[in-house]
Design a binder for this molecule. Structure first.
Ligand code: FAD
Length: 452
């Protein structure tokens, strides 16, 4: 098979069986999921080559696992059945910027930071920010969101259309350049979030936005997590439209202070960004201050200074890496439930109680403007009892969310780690998901072993 694949790829630099390269593609960056080596790593150069590789894989039953930057956290990129890891490093061209249409066309290996660097020249930006840099193909496949979703939604909401190669090597185009459409089934939204199990994206058409005139960056410190959550809820209730609205607990801030040499007060804190015209941002901040005061904040500060604001968001973005660095020999298990906003204060308190009851060290942080929060536990994968304890806590947090109308994953996806909750969340609808999988990929070559 290797010889056959070498005949298709015809460039020894873009096909590798070296131990180091296979190792890099055997796991994601930070998570606790066990690694598994692919047999070969291929870096396709364009969609024609990709079609040939996929057609060949389909004929021979060879598994294919797409790989962006490997930052997903539920084992999505682990080639559990071996086969080909398809790395999109070489398909990283920004194909077209249509500033007047607020749209761009990109290859899937373009990263969000690469895109934003280019968009800046046009006074535009792509808002989705999952903290780390990630490819747009990977973000589309996990339906990533992060800090800005409270204002702009998820990656899925930004995709106007896509081109994709299907398991049999055929090629489809979905969506259009139009902002709205009611034409037929929404295949774009079906393929977004499909974690490489239905199709391989070769091009994405994405929505972009005008850069706001002014940014205000703020923090508000609270005596406990519940009060912080209630304040966030009140802001949304009173029509504040934050660009970002994040919660970090005292453990997260301890990790950040140690990792970034910062001096944040180590108490539950809201990180907030307001953006727009200066007069409206200033007025919004006055209203935010009233709310946080009423909800019992014990301190707050704000700035318009971009450098200080960048430092603030840099600290927030690096929170998960800071938690990882606080236990360098361990890997992270990260819960990712999303609950109805009214349930959030109770859900966050419940997570803390369960962790304490099980004597499990962990931090709580999240995108609380969406009702989405993470409990993050560094665990030693070689200690089965430690893994079992973390899994028990994870399960209780998920159950709590599901029983109250929430979801087991707000943004990380199912991958390997959340498979056990899919039926609990969706019931018989999972049978229809499986039928869809059969239609798209009857030979189960696309990222096998994930989601179901
Ligand atoms: C420290 C840290 C913090 C994070 N914080 C957040 C957060 O706040 N919010 C959030 O949403 N996520 C967060 N994440 C997760 C993460 O960044 C994303 O899931 C990311 O979107 C994956 O992008 P990637 O390029 O790394 O893709 P990969 O991890 O390489 O791949 C992800 C999935 O996409 C598939 N895929 C890749 N390319 C294609 C393609 N061309 N066609 C079809 N499928 C493809 C893969 O098979 C896989 O299933 C965090 C991760 C880390 C490490």
């Amino acid at each position: 098979m290797l010889e056959d694949l070498e005949r298709i790829v015809r460039d020894p630099k873009r096909i590798s069986t070296s131990a180091a390269v296979r190792q890099r593609h055997s796991q994601d960056l930070t998570s606790y999921h066990a690694e598994h080596l692919p047999d070969v790593v291929i870096y396709p150069k364009d969609k024609e080559e990709l079609r040939e590789i996929i057609t060949y894989a389909n004929q021979t039953g060879c598994p294919i696992v797409p790989f962006g930057l490997g930052t997903s956290v539920e084992g999505q990129v682990v080639p559990v059945q071996g086969g080909i890891s398809l790395d999109f490093t070489h398909m990283n061209r920004i194909l077209e910027i249509r500033a007047d249409d607020f749209a761009v066309r990109v290859e899937p290996g373009v990263t969000r930071m690469q895109l934003n660097q280019e968009l800046k020249k046009y006074g535009l930006f792509f808002p989705i920010d999952p903290g780390v840099d990630a490819t747009l193909g990977g973000m589309a496949a996990t339906n990533a969101s992060g800090c800005s979703a409270v204002r702009y939604g998820m990656t899925r909401d930004q995709i106007l259309g896509m081109e994709a190669v299907l398991a049999d090597g055929s090629w489809i185009r979905t969506g259009s350049l139009a902002k709205k459409s009611s034409a037929g089934y929404h295949l774009t939204h079906l393929l977004a979030g499909s974690e490489g199990t239905l199709a391989i994206f070769t091009e994405l058409t994405l929505r972009v936005y005008g850069l706001p005139d002014t940014f205000l960056y703020a923090t508000a410190v609270f005596p406990d997590l519940q009060k912080a959550c209630k304040a966030a809820n009140q802001m949304l209730y009173r029509s504040i439209q934050p660009g970002k609205l994040e919660l970090v607990d005292e453990y997260t801030l301890q990790a950040i202070n140690a990792y970034k040499q910062t001096k944040y007060e180590e108490k539950p804190t809201l990180f907030l960004e307001l953006s727009g015209w200066k007069s409206s941002v200033t007025a919004e901040w006055e209203r935010v201050k009233e709310i946080i005061r009423d909800e019992g904040a014990c301190g707050w500060s704000h700035t318009f200074d971009e450098t200080i604001g960048d430092q603030l968001w840099d600290a927030r973005r690096h929170a998960a890496l800071a938690i990882a660095a606080s236990a360098p020999d361990k890997k992270l298990m990260t819960t990712d439930v999303c609950v109805p906003l009214s349930v959030l204060p109770e859900a966050v308190s419940f997570a803390r109680e369960v962790m304490q009851a099980e004597n499990l060290q962990g931090a709580i942080l999240g995108h609380i403007g969406d009702g989405n929060y993470h409990a993050v536990f560094p665990i030693d994968r070689s200690l089965p009892e430690e893994v079992a304890k973390a899994e028990k806590v994870n399960k209780r947090i998920v159950r709590f969310a599901l029983e109250r109308g929430g979801t087991c994953t707000g943004e990380h996806g199912i991958g390997l780690g959340k498979k056990q909750y899919l039926t609990e969340e969706h019931g018989d609808a999972v049978l229809w998901m499986k039928k869809i999988k059969e239609v798209f990929d009857p030979n189960h070559i696309l990222n096998p072993g994930k989601i179901f």
